[in-house]
Design a protein around this ligand. Sequence first.
Ligand SMILES: [Zn+2]
Length: 434
Amino acid sequence: MFYQKDKETMTRKETEELQLMRLQWTVNRCYDRVPYYRKIMDKAGVKPSHIKNLGDVAKLPLTSKTDLRENYPYGLFASAIEDIVEVHASSGTTGKPIVGAYTHNDLEVWSDCMARIITASGVTKEDIAQISFGYGLFTGAFGLHYGLQKVGCMVVPISSGNSEKQLMIMEDFETSVLIATPSYGVYLSEMAKDKGVSDHLKLRVGLFGSEVCTPEMRTQIEKNIGITVTDNYGLTELGGPGVSGECLERDGLHINEDYYLCEVIDPDSGEVLPEGETGELVITPLAKEAFPIFRYRTKDLARLTYEPCKCGRTQARMTKVLGRTDDMMIIKGVNVFPSQIESVLFTMDHIGPHYQLILRKKNFMDTLEVQVELIDANLLERYGELEALQNKIHSDLKSVLGLECKVSLVPPRTITRFEGKAKRIIDLRNENRQ
Ligand SMILES: [Zn+2]
């Protein structure tokens, strides 16, 4: 197929040969065209000629968001402005955003990567796809837009917000594919169910991205509107969505390895970890003209596997993001990730996908309150059941996290909903010292 289906089934050797060739091209491009990269490579004592095999990637220095911020807005571009046809920027609310640039070729590669992921999730040219991501500088909407069009779908670029209208369009236009953040997906699916329109919808597939879609959010959406949900992954810094995505086996996200080289490192030491170990994902895009970068620290924790998948694709797979090195909370000296808390919460009956973690200091000690939203307000009156549920959550969290926390069950619809990424952690430890 025109979007290089063959690249999805290459042998490991073929993949690695292509990756090495493209890695060398990328490193040369960075060194020759971007003074900042030349400077940090010289400082680390690495020349492009030192990259003789794939493992040599570890000789290159790691890069991070700080490098991108320091060179805002155009400092890391490797193409002349006249060759750049599009820019995007991160949605971060603090400081200067991260800017990414695309040449015509970069857009082609982006559409290719997305078309593969979209196809792997079972979408075909017969589908009608509603993009409920916010259009704008954010990469998500455009990436999916280009990829869906490449597959041949009819795209409905509704953008985010105005949920009533989203449902009306979904019903009237007979939308079959929904593109959204998982939290917005949960919200829309709840609304569709409450309004009784879920049975009239033609939705069959959802591609969710931009934040982690937990198995529990997936179950919730599938239960509310009866669709197959797949997850995909990418970052503005690396060109947006398109790094990896799930096939219908949904047993890890297939990495577009001909365009991205992934490593997993120990976030503290920077050491590269062997296959199967959990660590920070470090990614080198292999074909970017306008905005090349090497060894970018994603701050996302994941594992890699090179085992072939049941679907027949031979591309390596990454797990869903298991947590953020940023989100790691240190509570009483213990490392805690929101994903650990989710794994407990979503096995319980009577509670929905919405929760909040509140950190405080009391008598100079950290405390963690886990607020969880009930599905059924009536449970609040049934004290025996309510207490039993609270105790069960409390003891399960204690055994998973290895620390005490306070569990509060709150009425339905009391925890703030987000149309973009959900904000789960409220850290008040520096505000209410006692
Ligand atoms: Zn697969």
